[in-house]
Design a protein. Structure first.
Length: 414
């Protein structure tokens, strides 16, 4: 009898293990960005007004740095641009063997936001089809026509790859979705809740669990001060242009157990009004993150990464400013304002064997102490990756950064 009981228990344990294994294989998972990549999808100067290939030095530097280590899919908006793009790379001494030029219309320079968020299930690649509002805080029936066409970008990639899309009812940009790859996501209330005025937190969390395999949402109130929604007054005479608080400007998962958080030290908080705001914002976010846990109930290690010095440029109001903008900000021609660009060390690019890290330099254009301190943090975190520094200020002036330019396709382990 004893032997029979032991045998039955063994069968039950084996059955439970097999069930758990099958359940794990069938579960949806969005891998963390720090995991190995199969490909990088990069918008390559696809919009008129963003300059030509030869002047796009940052993107060319990115391509040169990462193309030996990962397949690169460069997206152009017009099929006639592909030959010129190929020639441009060749003349810059870039081997195009591991590079594909893909025509997609419409597409987006800031490819991360409307681009595909990849997931896995049953050892197969999937695309999460988040809704896209073009950064407007509106319900689905009020999305502008141009945003509707961009909303289809992720589905077009899924069709190209012949993979399934998993529908979400949540409107979200890729730069506002930060996951540890294990079922936890960080969300900014000032972005996700405002993009979805028709949904509650509970609605959003239920949707994430169903379509994304996300069972744990860490809600942070707001992003950095330099990242207001569209063109807004930050404080006083300081104006800025941004997304409303994307995560990739101030908080990233370095790995499944470690969170990087932008930080303003006590000694820096009174240097200017922007620092003062960020000190308060990031302190509150740190308090929330320090009390947060992963899906297993385990706390994260939080590393404070020095926040970049505010990139402020004095601008004179001219007749090129619209009447609407001058009235909105109560300005007249000849007035001056402080334009603040959404700069950040955490808007970095990470892929196989390489990290491209923002490095802003000092007023003389030389490497700063803050640049060096941030680089040391990344060298300790990623000892086996090559770290390349690039000054992304020209992208910051346009409202984004290097991380905003691409989307990662995870490597599938079957």
């Amino acid at each position: 009898m004893k032997q029979i009981i032991i045998t039955i228990l063994a069968i039950l344990v084996l059955s439970a293990c097999q069930t758990n294994e099958t359940s794990h294989q069938n579960s949806i998972r969005i891998p963390g960005e720090f995991e190995p990549h199969e490909a990088i999808w990069l918008g390559y100067r696809t919009l008129e007004g963003y300059g030509n290939y030869d002047k796009d030095s940052i993107t060319l530097a990115i391509i040169k740095a990462i193309h030996p280590h990962v397949k690169l899919n460069l997206i152009v908006e017009h099929d006639s641009l592909a030959p010129n793009a190929k020639d441009s790379l060749f003349t810059k001494g870039i081997d195009t063997t591991n590079i594909s030029l893909i025509y997609q219309s419409p597409t987006d320079v800031w490819y991360r936001d409307p681009g595909p968020v990849f997931a896995t299930r049953n050892g197969e690649l999937k695309v999460i089809d988040f809704k896209y509002t073009g950064y407007d805080n509106v319900p689905p029936d009020s999305i502008k026509d141009w945003a509707k066409t961009h909303e289809a970008i992720d589905r077009q990639i899924a069709q190209r790859l012949k993979i399934e899309t998993l529908d979400s009812k949540v409107a979200l940009e890729g730069g506002a979705f930060e996951t540890d790859g294990q079922g936890t996501v960080i969300q900014v209330e000032n972005v996700t809740l405002k993009r979805n005025p028709h949904l509650t937190k509970q609605d959003i969390e239920a949707d994430y669990k169903k379509c994304c395999g996300i069972s744990n949402v860490i809600w942070l109130p707001s992003g950095i001060a330099e990242d207001p929604l569209n063109f807004e007054r930050i404080t006083g005479n300081y104006l800025g242009y941004g997304t409303g608080g994307h995560t990739d400007e101030f908080v990233r998962f370095a790995n499944a157990t470690t969170i990087l958080l932008a930080w303003v030290d006590e000694a820096e908080k009174d240097l200017n009004p922007v620092n003062q705001l960020n000190y308060e914002i990031l302190s509150e976010n740190y308090d929330i993150l320090s009390r947060s846990t992963n899906v297993k109930g385990e706390p994260y290690t939080i590393i404070k990464v020095p926040h970049s010095n505010p990139q402020i440029e004095v601008e004179r109001v001219t007749n090129q400013w619209s009447k609407k903008a001058k009235e909105y900000f109560n300005l007249e021609e000849g007035d001056t304002v402080n334009m603040v660009h959404a700069s950040s060390y955490l808007n970095y690019l990470l892929t196989n064997k390489v990290i491209i890290l923002p490095q802003y330099g000092d007023e003389m254009g030389k490497k700063s102490k803050k640049d060096a301190a941030v680089r040391v943090i990344f060298e300790e975190l990623y000892p086996n990756k090559k770290i390349i520094g690039i000054n992304p200020i020209s992208l910051n002036r346009q409202g984004g950064g290097m991380h905003c330019r691409y989307q990662t396709q995870p490597k599938i382990h079957k």
